[in-house]
Design a protein around this ligand. Structure first.
Ligand SMILES: [Zn+2]
Length: 79
C-alpha cells in the first residue's frame, strides 16, 4: 500500500520597490516591499512543480497589500 504525502509549500521572494510610494492608508511615503509568492506542489516534502505565482506590494508601515502584475514586480513597481 502506497501512502502519498503531498501538499503545498510556499516560496516567497521579496525585494524593495525602486521608488518611494505614497500610502493613502497611513500617509507615509516609503519604499514598499514587493513580494512574489509561488506555491509548489510537493510530494514527500520535496517540491515538484510550481503553481502560478502571486505578486503583491506591501506598505512597510501599515502592511497595506496591493495585488500587482508580474511586469510591475519585475520593473520594481513604477506607479
Ligand atoms: Zn501604509
Amino acid at each position: 500500500m502506497f501512502i502519498f504525502i503531498s501538499g503545498l509549500s510556499p516560496k516567497i521572494e521579496e525585494k524593495e520597490s525602486d521608488k518611494e510610494i505614497y500610502c493613502f492608508h497611513c500617509h507615509n511615503t516609503k519604499k514598499w516591499i514587493l513580494r512574489k509568492e509561488t506555491s509548489w506542489i510537493s510530494l514527500f516534502f520535496i517540491p515538484i512543480f510550481p503553481l502560478k505565482p502571486h505578486y503583491s506590494a506591501n506598505c512597510p508601515i501599515c502592511g497595506l497589500n496591493h495585488i500587482i502584475t508580474r511586469e510591475e514586480f519585475e520593473a520594481g513597481l513604477h506607479l
